[in-house]
Ligand binder design. Structure first.
Ligand SMILES: [Zn+2]
Length: 194
């Protein structure tokens, strides 16, 4: 049987958003935890393609890191983006918390040349926290990008996603799962009210 995190939906459209979506939902009463153990995180890192496969294998054999730290970063990122979506601005406290993560990550980064110009990368070599550094940099890139206003929360489950639709009117993390449920609910309520 496959580990549940080998098949979790990646509907966020951006690494740090998929990471935030490692609970079953963000609506009160829906928040089943998916990252209960370091092993869960190992499966998710592979699923999300955070590290190239050979590097993932080497990393997965390192002594387990602290899953609490993983969830701390996730909840800090959720708080930051959720506040932004709800109010249109970033809370200074959330930014302070995220900056303290970036302070930890930056000593492990270096600029490298790519076909698209210079990019910030991570030092080679395995390190237990390396996937968290990639996630933090993914959040930084999104926060600095002009796509930031397109980060949204699903109307049905509260998962975060980057709306890449042409008209910017997407409301659900996934049309098949959440969109159809919302439509079914609306249909049900209409019927009930008749
Ligand atoms: Zn959803």
């Amino acid at each position: 049987m496959k580990h549940p995190l080998d098949i979790i939906a990646l509907d966020g459209g951006w690494l740090c958003l998929d990471f935030i979506n490692t609970v079953s939902g963000r609506i009160p009463g829906m928040g089943n935890e998916y990252l209960n153990t370091w092993t869960d995180f190992i499966h998710w890192v592979r699923r999300a393609g955070v590290l190239p496969e050979p590097e993932w294998i080497a990393w997965s054999l390192l002594p387990a890191g602290n899953i609490d730290e993983v969830r701390t970063l996730r909840e800090a990122l959720y708080a930051l983006f959720e506040h932004l979506i709800r109010t249109g601005s970033i809370h200074p406290k959330d930014l302070d918390v995220f900056n303290s993560f970036l302070h930890e990550v930056y000593p492990h980064t270096r600029l490298r040349s790519t076909a698209d110009g210079l990019r910030r990368g991570i030092d080679p070599g395995p390190h237990p926290e390396k996937p968290l550094w990639f996630i933090a940099l993914s959040a930084e890139t999104l926060l600095l990008s002009d796509r930031l206003p397109r980060v949204k929360a699903c109307d049905n489950c509260g998962w975060l996603f980057l709306d890449t639709s042409k008209n910017g009117a997407r409301r659900w993390c996934n049309m098949q799962t959440c969109g159809s449920q919302t439509k079914a609910k609306a249909y049900y309520h209409r019927k009930k009210n008749n």
